[in-house]
Design a protein. Structure first.
Length: 142
């Protein structure tokens, strides 16, 4: 049986614009380490962000890359912090909902109060640790 793929969704561009890209990277690194230790595969869209966001590459391809990995993924783990400033993350959440992929969320942004966002989240926790526990408890295959 193949490993389950977890897509790590959350704000990136806004953090890049305000020179705080580490806020997009750090939680993903922690999640990746934890999930890989538990036998999951992970797609982290920040792993090549600086290179892919350069003038040499097309921003359009970033969207296509993310769509490809969203299609391949089994689960979406989403950080809701600054969700209202992240149209790409909203796109990912809606895409996951329409594809019936489990979407496990943590953190908070007031846009979560919208029924259009809330309905897309299968579980919502206050911390990354709680969300990771949910993913590994419900979706561990080994």
């Amino acid at each position: 049986m193949s490993q389950m793929l977890v897509y790590l969704a959350g704000c990136i561009s806004y953090y890049h614009q305000i020179n705080q890209i580490e806020k997009a990277i750090m939680w993903r690194q922690k999640a990746t380490q934890y999930l890989k230790e538990k036998g999951f595969e992970v797609f982290d869209p920040t792993c090549n962000f600086n290179k892919n966001n350069s003038a040499f590459f097309s921003p359009h391809l970033i969207v296509k890359q993310n769509m490809l990995y969203l299609e391949k993924s089994d689960i979406i783990l989403v950080n809701l912090e600054n969700l209202s400033r992240s149209p790409g993350t909203l796109f990912e959440i809606y895409s996951g909902y329409l594809s019936r992929k489990p979407t496990i969320a943590f953190g908070y942004d007031s846009i979560v109060e919208s029924p259009h966002v809330r309905v897309c989240l299968d579980a919502h926790y206050s911390s990354l640790e709680e969300a990771l526990e949910c993913v590994t408890s419900y979706f561990f295959l080994k």
